[in-house]
Design a protein around this ligand. Structure first.
Ligand code: GCV
Length: 666
């Protein structure tokens, strides 16, 4: 399928006079680089040439080791004070100098400089930036048959017909995500099927090597998701017990073989003992036993083993009120703190449940003290509108990063843990990717802001959500204030809007089983998945405080007390932590039932407001993209109405409380 260039379409957005900078391009110091780095430097040069050609309509040549008084000068040298990937940009009149001490810093500096030029931010001055998160990763849940688990933008561009697939789009993808600083990508689903299991032992090795090479040209390390039981599934052993020497030896040989062909491989990503996947529990071993065995196979090659903490019992009995899925991640891992090897990183979902529109932060971040950690976000909008409804997730991610863990390490916010400001430097941020082979990469055009924003945020968490939205809009649509303001307004209201018309006050779920789009209030209520709201005529919610499952005790003080008391627990999370009656008065002054009615009516109004904003931009956005977004907004309005009417009716029927304002409830 054909593809567009998203925010890298240099023909779209060009500030007045931008092309002048690109008339002269000079590169200095590139010859000292290693072979691998030379490829990254080459990508940086190519990018400048491409910008020059698309913006000026004519080719530029790259001058080597020349000092120029105007244009762009790229210098690879020992720039002090920059971390790996860091860069400095100095702008003086007609000259822009980009300086870095490593190849990826040059590449990121070049992309940044092109953005500044395109958005007209070229007044004299200096910027110095180094990436905050050492690992800035995208996880693709792509399957060998080309389907994508929780994919909402077409099919995989990594796999087709049970094989890896490499074409121009592979390079365009690498370019796109490298432009926002992504430096690690896992290409296959964490639910690894039989075919993908073979990737570790030679299946499609040629294509795998090619993908790694293309990624390498853009400073990206390739990761493979693996099946914990691979040696068994491939018929080499009769066990996958991590303490069995035959198993460990099999993994060592598999890793040696992979690194022989792909020396730049990043490592492995593993989902074990989760939702039916095999894992160490089958052998009475711990997750540290499982992770360390694999990590030791990778260690001689400096590979990393990324181990997911999404481990819970999905065969729960809904009748049993003592079990609480929200406890599981912490309970399964807290006892293992300090037992993981140095090249193991635990990948922890941002919340204790599963990427809901509103969840508290996972208490595991505040619990672990001696373990490497990454935070896992999901920009594939599984529970947040599936790229049919707009939901700009960057404000949510920022709230998570700003959460005070009180774990006694670093300055205390979650962001410190994942940016190496605490005692552990092997860390990072990862997002489940929202891409597919749709021409615009993300299905909904505005979902591109989440892909762009995640990368920008992982590189520089100090950016505001508005800054990211404004920049993305200018690069993607056009460098126009009215469009940027309108799109930013829509994006900024989209998460609160989605929250208003879906499940209330942090309780989550209520989605259609299986595909997870649209409302089904009791869809998971009597299922084994552990996601209950227990609504009845008296109220709703799962009590997770001292009189309930005690999940709140997993937080450090003072967060624990804050959540334990209904008086201090923030309204937006109060039904996550507590069971309340419909007439309970929230801090907002409204009762629970009034909040449910009001927020659902408001949610639909907000969608209408977004539609109005978008339609006001009709003559400023190109017709194709205008029409695509317009169609999706019509669908979003229908979805919002459906949620509003089902939720309001359900709670009216349960509570018997009429709406004070007499609005239509069915
Ligand atoms: C890849 C949720 C999703 C699953 C996903 C899982 C995970 O349960 O619905 O599709 O599986 O999370 O994160 O492993």
């Amino acid at each position: 399928m054909s593809y567009e260039f998203a925010w890298l379409d240099y023909r779209n957005s060009v500030a007045a006079g931008a092309g002048d900078y690109l008339k002269k391009i000079a590169c200095t110091g590139f010859e000292i680089a290693s072979e691998a780095d030379k490829n990254i430097l080459f990508s940086a040069e190519q990018e400048l040439m491409r910008a020059a050609k698309e913006i000026n309509g004519q080719q530029s040549t790259v001058l080597k080791d020349e000092v120029t008084s105007e244009g762009i000068s790229v210098v690879l040298s020992d720039a002090p004070g920059l971390k790996t990937g860091g860069f400095k940009i100095m702008i003086t009149g007609p000259k822009i100098t980009i300086e870095a001490s490593d190849a990826s810093g040059i590449l990121y500096g070049v992309f940044r400089a092109i953005t500044l030029i395109r958005t007209g931010k070229t007044s004299d001055g200096q910027i110095a930036e180094s990436p905050a998160s050492p690992i800035r990763m995208l996880d693709h849940w792509d399957n060998p048959d080309g389907s994508i688990e929780r994919g909402y933008s077409g099919r995989s561009f990594f796999f087709k017909n049970d094989h890896l697939y490499v074409d121009d789009r592979t390079r365009e993808y690498a370019r796109l995500v490298a432009s926002v600083g992504i430096n690690a990508v896992a290409i296959n689903n964490v639910n690894v099927n039989d075919i993908a299991t073979g990737l570790v032992s030679g299946y499609d090795r040629k294509e795998l090597t090619e993908i790694a090479k293309i990624f390498g040209d853009y400073g990206i390390k390739l990761y493979i998701s693996l099946n914990f039981a691979s040696p068994m599934s491939l018929g080499a052993t009769d066990t996958a017990d991590p303490l069995d020497s035959k198993v460990a030896q099999w993994w060592k040989e598999a890793a040696d073989g992979l690194y022989r062909d792909i020396p730049e491989l990043g490592g492995f990503l593993v989902k074990a003992d989760s939702e039916g996947r095999p894992g160490p529990f089958s052998y009475d071993r711990t997750h540290a036993d499982g992770a360390n065995m694999l990590a030791r196979a990778l260690a001689p090659h400096n590979g990393l083993l990324i181990w997911r903490c999404f481990v819970y019992n999905c065969q729960q009995d809904w009748r049993d009120h003592t079990m609480d899925r929200a406890r599981a991640c912490y309970d399964n891992f807290i006892g293992l703190d300090g037992q993981f090897d140095d090249n193991v990183i635990l990948q922890i979902k941002n919340g204790p449940m599963d990427f809901q529109v509103r969840e508290p932060v996972s208490p595991l971040f505040g619990g672990l003290k001696k373990t490497n950690m990454m935070v896992e976000f999901q920009i594939a909008q599984e529970y947040t509108g599936q790229q049919r409804d707009i939901c700009y997730l960057i404000p949510m991610f920022k709230q998570v990063l700003d959460f005070k863990t009180y774990n006694g390490d670093g300055e205390g916010v979650l962001c410190d843990i994942v940016t190496g400001k605490g005692s552990k430097q092997t860390c990072g941020m990862v997002a489940v990717s929202n891409t597919g082979d749709d021409p615009n990469w993300t299905g909904h055009d505005l979902a591109g802001a989440n892909l762009y924003g995640f990368g920008r945020l992982a590189f520089n968490p100090a950016l505001t959500s508005e800054e990211i939205a404004d920049e993305w809009s200018r690069l993607t649509f056009c460098n126009d204030d009215t469009v940027a303001d309108g799109v930013t307004k829509m994006l900024m209201m989209s998460w609160p809007t989605y929250e208003k018309y879906t499940s209330p006050l942090g309780i989550g779920w209520m989605i259609s089983p299986g595909h997870h789009y649209g409302p089904d209030i009791e869809g998971y209520e009597f299922s084994p998945w552990g996601t209950y709201h227990r609504s009845d005529r008296n109220g709703l919610g799962v009590e997770r405080g001292k009189t309930g499952t005690k999940m709140i005790d997993q937080y450090n003080e003072p967060v624990r007390s804050l959540y334990e008391s209904i008086e201090t627990c923030p309204d937006e999370l109060v039904l996550f932590f507590h069971r309340l009656s419909y007439d309970h008065v929230l801090k907002s002054g409204k009762t629970v039932i009034e909040h449910i009615y009001d927020s659902h009516f408001e949610g639909v109004q907000d969608v209408n407001e977004m539609i109005g904003i978008w339609r006001s931009l009709a003559d400023k956005v190109d017709g194709v993209r205008f029409g695509r977004v317009n169609d999706r907004l019509d669908g979003q309005l229908m979805n919002a109405r459906e949620w509003r009417d089902r939720i309001n009716t359900y709670y009216y029927r349960h509570s018997g409380v009429p709406d004070k304002q007499g609005r239509k409830i069915y």
